[in-house]
Design a protein around this ligand. Structure first.
Ligand code: SF4
Ligand code: SF4
Length: 337
């Protein structure tokens, strides 16, 4: 392929961190500029949606889409990217698995509106007004995108060719994605559909603390701020929940290096059906003292119930893509003392 490839970048339900991570690649960004002409990236450059809409189907080589799909406009963008782009990349954990916005699936549209427009302490809304998709003012009709009941991943909306996980994706994996792009620019051959730019093994496999894993049992569960973690010892052995057991490696273990447990942003390994269920199962097998007589009968039960936010702990980045999606109640029962 002699000419530069054409590339489009856009976001949906996202925080902007993914766009910043592309800019943060420094020298890789220059390599990208050698390979590709950006034809659409409204967050970073002055492109208009109308201009992108006019492009012919399949006329863009690579589409980079970050963020989950929450609104009708984002859904239209996802379909437009699929139509215009030969290779579609789900960039970042929100696009790949639903990410942090996906935790909203513990509630629904009405529940979220009730909280945001009624129940918060700073809200005064006696007429119970809610956002409308159409509103007429002085003879002009104003419109807003519809707010869906459920957050979806990009691949729940359209076919996705390549997934690059991470919150946001680290520079090393962005460089890998650029190699995929360079390979395409050189040969015109698309990578296999569903290619994931990450390790196929769990993070524990490459974790610098991996050797110390499972040397002991978890007799209680601590939150990271409740203890000064030993920087050499596996977090699980210190009673701190770590999702590295149920998460793909390839992130560079940056959280672990900063003495914080893995939160699971790289999503499940290929064999795992559901990362949260896998983590719960693995942690369940570690829970308790080596000799069960050493722990009073209800102590472990109480320890497990002390997990303040189970959905946010086990499905922080993956709820919309999890088997448990939508089966989770947002009304936890009263905790036993
Ligand atoms: S994956 Fe993380 S950095 Fe990217 S948009 Fe989602 S929350 Fe932001
Ligand atoms: S559980 Fe966490 S700290 Fe322990 S080896 Fe795995 S990734 Fe490392």
């Amino acid at each position: 392929m002699a000419d530069k490839i054409k590339m489009a970048v856009s976001w949906a339900a996202a925080c902007g961190g993914c766009d910043v991570s592309v800019l943060d690649t420094e020298s890789h960004l220059l390599a990208l500029a050698e390979l590709a002409d950006i034809v659409y990236w409204p967050v970073a450059m002055d492109f208009k949606r109308e201009g992108f809409e006019k492009l012919a189907p399949g006329s863009v080589d690579i589409g980079i889409f970050n963020g989950a799909v929450r609104t009708s406009e984002q859904s239209e963008d996802a379909r437009m990217f699929r139509e215009k782009c030969k290779l579609l990349v789900a960039y970042g954990s929100c696009a790949c698995f639903g990410g942090i916005p996906g935790l909203a699936n513990q509630s629904d549209r009405e529940g979220i509106f009730e909280e945001a427009y009624q129940d918060t302490l700073s809200t005064e809304n006696p007429d119970r007004l809610r956002p409308q998709t159409e509103w007429v003012v002085a003879g002009h009709t104003l419109t807003l995108p519809a707010f869906f009941d459920t957050v979806q991943t990009l691949s729940q909306q359209v076919k996705v060719d390549v997934l690059l996980p991470g919150c946001p994706p680290p520079t090393e994996r962005i460089a890998d994605l650029l190699e995929v792009v360079a390979g395409y620019a050189e040969t015109g051959a698309l990578p296999p559909t569903g290619t994931v730019v990450a390790s196929s093994k769990a993070l524990c496999d490459s974790c610098p603390r991996g050797d110390s894993r499972c040397a002991g049992r978890m007799a209680k569960i601590l939150r990271p701020h409740e203890v000064r973690a030993d920087p050499k010892l596996c977090f699980l052995n210190q009673g701190i929940l770590c999702m590295g057991i149920a998460t793909r490696g390839g992130c560079g273990a940056t959280c672990i290096q900063a003495n914080m447990p893995c939160r699971g942003c790289f999503g499940p390994t290929p064999e795992m059906l559901d990362p949260g269920a896998e983590a719960i199962s693995a942690i369940g097998s570690l829970a308790g003292a080596a000799n069960e007589n050493d722990v009073p009968p209800n102590e472990m039960k109480r320890a497990v119930r002390s997990i303040r936010d189970p959905a946010g702990t086990f499905y922080r980045f993956t709820l919309p893509s999890a088997l448990l999606n939508r089966a989770v109640s947002d009304k936890p029962g009263k905790e036993e003392s």
